[in-house]
Design a protein around this ligand. Structure first.
Ligand SMILES: Nc1ncnc2c1ncn2[C@@H]1O[C@H](COP(=O)(O)OP(=O)(O)OP(=O)(O)O)[C@@H](O)[C@H]1O
Length: 306
C-alpha cells in the first residue's frame, strides 16, 4: 500500500480551560490529491492544522506526515509540510525575496538549492521581489505566504482558508498555482468555507464538525448526494417502523405518521416513491418535497449539537 501523505489516528485536543476542539479524529490524506477540509467556524480545522505544524500540542492520538510520526520524527515531519496560516505573518520591512531567503535559511536549504525567484514568479510577484512587504496588497501578501510555505519544497502543502478576503481574480490565480503544484506531485490540503471552491478543486473532501469527522469521501460522491431529493410523506395511520422499498435511498420515521424518504432523482421520480408507500397499504395524507444541494449536504452533516 502506498503510504499516505497525512495519516491521523484518534487525534484529540482539549485546550487549557476545557474546550475539546478535536474529539477522536481519524483521517487519511492520500498522496497526490487535493484534499478539502471543510467545517463551520470553530469546528477544529485550525487546531488540526496547528498540531500538524507543531504549533499546538495534541492531547491524545497520533499523526504522521509523509510517513514521519510527528512525535518520533518531528524534524522530518516538519520538513515534509508547508503551511499557509490564516494570519499573514512576515516582517513588513523585508522584501519578498528577502522573506523567502530568510525562510529558506530557517529550513536549512543550501543557497545552491534555493529557488526564491522561481517561487516569486510562480505566484506572480516577480516584479515585487524588491518591494517592502508592507507595500503589497492583501492578495499579494497571501501569495507571498504560499511561496514562503514552499521554500523547502515540501511534498505536502496545507492552506488554511487561503482565500478569505481575497478577490475573485486573485483567488483564481492562487488556485491555478495550487493546481500546478499538485500536477507537479505536491499533495495539497486546504480548508475553506467556500463549498463551490472545494467542489471544483478537491479530489476528496472531509467535513469536520465539533471536533469530529462527519464525512470523508471523494468529492463526486459527496456532490452525488446532492442528486438526492427528500420527500416527507404524512400517512393515514400510526407506524412503529418505517417501510422499505428498493427505490428509497433512506427512510426515517419522524414522529408516528411522517416518513422522510430520500431518493435519487436520476433513478426514480416522486410518483414511483409515493407508489411504493401506497403499495404497502398506507394512505397518503400530505406530501412535501425539496431538492438537496451541496450546501444541504454540508448543513445536514454539521447540524445539531455535539
Ligand atoms: N488557544 C485556544 N484556547 C482555547 N480554545 C481554543 C484555542 N484555539 C481554539 N480554541 C477553540 O477550539 C475550537 C476549535 O477552534 P479552531 O480554531 O480549531 O476551529 P476552526 O474550525 O479552525 O474555525 P475557523 O473556521 O473559525 O477558523 C473553538 O471552539 C475555539 O474557540
Amino acid at each position: 500500500m502506498t503510504e499516505a501523505a497525512i495519516s491521523i489516528t484518534g487525534l484529540c485536543k482539549t485546550y487549557a480551560g476545557g474546550k475539546r476542539a478535536l474529539d477522536g479524529v481519524n483521517l487519511t490524506v492520500p498522496r497526490g490529491q487535493i484534499f478539502g477540509l471543510l467545517g463551520p467556524n470553530g469546528a477544529g480545522k485550525s487546531t488540526l492544522i496547528n498540531i500538524l505544524a507543531g504549533l499546538v500540542n495534541k492531547t491524545e492520538g497520533s499523526a504522521s506526515i509523509w510517513g514521519f510520526d510527528i512525535d518520533a520524527h518531528p524534524r522530518n515531519a516538519k520538513a515534509s509540510i508547508g503551511i499557509v496560516n490564516q494570519e499573514i505573518l512576515f516582517d513588513p520591512f523585508f522584501t519578498p525575496i528577502e522573506t523567502l531567503e530568510i525562510q529558506a535559511g530557517l529550513y536549512g536549504v543550501p543557497k545552491a538549492q534555493r529557488r526564491s525567484m522561481e517561487l516569486l514568479r510562480a505566484v506572480h510577484l516577480e516584479d515585487k521581489a524588491h518591494a517592502y512587504a508592507r507595500t503589497l496588497s492583501g492578495g499579494m501578501k497571501r501569495r507571498l505566504m504560499v511561496a514562503k510555505a514552499m521554500v523547502h519544497a515540501p511534498p505536502v502543502l496545507v492552506l488554511d482558508e487561503p482565500t478569505a478576503g481575497v478577490d475573485i481574480q486573485l483567488r483564481q490565480q492562487l488556485w491555478d498555482y495550487v493546481r500546478t503544484l499538485n500536477q507537479r506531485g505536491v499533495t495539497v490540503v486546504l480548508t475553506t468555507h467556500y463549498l463551490e471552491e472545494a467542489e471544483q478543486l478537491c479530489d476528496r473532501i472531509a467535513i469536520i464538525n465539533h471536533g469530529r469527522v462527519v464525512a470523508d469521501e471523494p468529492t463526486r460522491d459527496l456532490v452525488g448526494r446532492a442528486q438526492e431529493k427528500v420527500v416527507a410523506v404524512t400517512v393515514d395511520r400510526d407506524l412503529t417502523a418505517a417501510p422499505t422499498a428498493p427505490c428509497f435511498e433512506k427512510i426515517v420515521l419522524k414522529g408516528e405518521r411522517v416518513l422522510e424518504i430520500t431518493y435519487s432523482k436520476d433513478r426514480v421520480n416522486a410518483g414511483e416513491v409515493l407508489a411504493a408507500v401506497t403499495a404497502g397499504g398506507l394512505g397518503i395524507v400530505d406530501v412535501t418535497t425539496r431538492e438537496a444541494d451541496l450546501e444541504d449536504v454540508f448543513l445536514s452533516l454539521t447540524r445539531g449539537t455535539p
